[in-house]
Design a protein around this ligand. Sequence first.
Ligand code: S3P
Length: 433
Amino acid sequence: MANRIVEKIRKGLRGELVIPGDKSVSHRSVMLSALGNTPVHITNFLPSADCLATVEVMRALGAEVEIISATELIVKGNGLHGLREPATLLDAGNSGTTLRLLMGLLSPQSFVSTFTGDSSLHQRPMGRVIKPLSQMGAKIVGRAGNSKLPITIVPPEGRLQGIAYKMPVASAQVKSAVLLAGLFAEGTTSVEEPYPSRNHTELMLEAFGVRLGHEGNTVSIQAQDELAAPEEIIVPGDISSAAFWLTAASVIPDSELLLKNVGINPTRTGILDVLAAMGADITLLNRRSSGSEPAADILVRSARLHGTSFGADIMPRLVDEIPAITVAAMFAEGQTVITGAGELRVKETDRIQALSDQFNKLCPCIAAAEDGLIINGSSKNIWQKGTCFSYDDHRIAMTIAIAGMAGNGAEIERPDCIDVSYPGFYDELASLY
Ligand code: S3P
């Protein structure tokens, strides 16, 4: 895999970019459609490596997935109780969402399934999902004291039992896994989070006719006989992909960029709040619904940013955007203090370490803390060209690219991992020069 060189850009970012489909919603669209009895037409699907891993796993479990075009699928399942024993290992690739959500879905089944994944996924903690599922009666065996891949799920003795689970850390993946298991469990299954995480599973379950209970940060579900699949799911654009352009256009002088079709579910828009607090010039236009999710076009113009502080309460609403926000903070005047971000250490790579080790090569202004970062931004900071390692983490690679573009150039070591969430990223980047 050759390194990729990103040159400093010498003009503002101008024009329009259409933001590709949301990764989280794309995964869930295929998973839930595969549990229906009638075909579901999915549009603006994200054809990234992670989402295609979900497609392959659902096929191995008996769902029919017809690929009409890269972004358009028709998925037909065999009903809520119609999943079949897979004949092969289930390979989640790099995708924590595929693995964690499907562990929830497969725990109640009457067949054996075994998951594998890439080397990054083998290092990520799965005990956080295994713990509540085991409390429900699931039989799950994993490496490293039942916490890591490979993981085998065997049929439970009898039915899973509903639980009231209080999550120690806000996580949409854990919440979703428990809710999906709850679709089959006896009694009520409820999950309480310390802070609200993305609610795409809940919105989509409701679009499939499931009535959920909501009380504060607790959501509950009852077992269902069948799901009522909608005819169509329209996936909104991914604000986590828009994040790179939100930062780049904010910090590169003379920019005015229109990001078209971005999902603005309030559980995902923490980056808009933080950039606004930093003085960014961002306007939401043409607000509308995209299926069961809100969407808008976002106009971003360059602005003089200043430092800010934020912590655990907003973290679930921007957890994937910390790399992009870090670059914004490097260009902002004054200090930015990020706390409550310990979850970043268990993402596709340890992103706290990655951000301080790699981005300090471009502009030495970042200090890592156990659960966050301190960034000393200044317009007087000197940016140099550097070679930065992606750790095969898609969001680190894309963040190096925008830092190089806005700073003084960068060379990305192992750049191809962007396919995990944004296959067209480098083409869009090139189109702006
Ligand atoms: C996701 C939830 C988040 C996020 C990940 C996608 C999802 O993970 O970081 O990229 O689709 O549910 P956690 O649940 O671990 O916070």
